[in-house]
Design a protein around this ligand. Sequence first.
Ligand code: ADP
Ligand code: MG
Length: 330
Amino acid sequence: MAVSEFDLIKTYFNKPGLIPTKEQSVKIPLGIGDDCALIELPPGKLLAISMDTLVADVHFPAKADSALIAQRALAVNLSDLAAMGAEPLAFTLALSLPKADESWLQAFSLGLETLVQTYHCPLIGGDITKGPLSITIQVHGLLNKGEVMTRSGAKPGDLVYVSGELGAAGLAVSLMNNGMLLDKPDTQELHTAYFQPVPRINLGQSCAAIASAAIDISDGLMADLGHIAKQSGVGIELNAKAIPIARAVKKFMSTMGDKSQGLNLALTAGDEYELALIVAEDQQEALQQTAADLNVPLTLIGHVVKGTRVKCLNNDGQEIEVKTSGYQHF
Ligand code: ADP
Ligand code: MG
């Protein structure tokens, strides 16, 4: 017998592990089940809101494990909260499904649960429709008033840092586009980088009062720093030597015999979800200490200058030519 939309919601979404706990119900007095969810905003806080849609075969392979699709969908949304310095509060989920495949939904729901528990970000509502596979998530987070990292706060003289290492998710995408499955042990790191990006929530929150600007790397390092440059009215110079290239990328590139491609990937590949952080010089130590306390790798990669462009310079101060700059849908 066909299952109803209400049965699907009850079984896979309105369930312990995904919905707010008793403690969370102070801030979230009403979750799934009514026409709206209700959030009680604590005094002195701002509500941060962001939304991302993932479309099958555009943002993930339609045949991928639905637990991984769920994790990626929530992780990329949480990453936007991280980039503002917000603490996750709750999310809503709009699903478009070609059919009610219960084993797909079961794994999807479990995939969500992993991140809901890790980041204390419960599900408070959503929608289900029949249509081509697509997942829209809207996350809500809390910020202290006056402690917000935007794209517009960078000033000449500030320093540019990036968390983690770059290029692995981008390499995964280009290999998958060439029909590779990434299911072998030697491509596991690439697979994980793409499907299970780690949103830098703790780092973002801890830097909110320290950094002057921030962005998460979804379009590519140079392209995303370009957003900061534009919105702050500055230029940015990166030091090619300093760019942290992921180990898996270096390994892959050395087997291909082309090392320059590693740098190019790290500069341009999207889907990384690391944070680029801009700090004033006198906040450098505070930033480095914060990252060290959280055990998050953080690398100084450049500085903010007067100007309008983002450039990557080699040791001689010459600009390196960078191919493509980030993914664009249209
Ligand atoms: P309405 O018709 O008023 O929009 P729905 O029948 O679509 O309400 O949904 C009933 C309840 O279930 C609402 O509280 C809605 O937020 C929730 N809901 C629907 N789909 C989902 C989903 N995919 N995940 C979580 N909650 C959902
Ligand atoms: Mg509805």
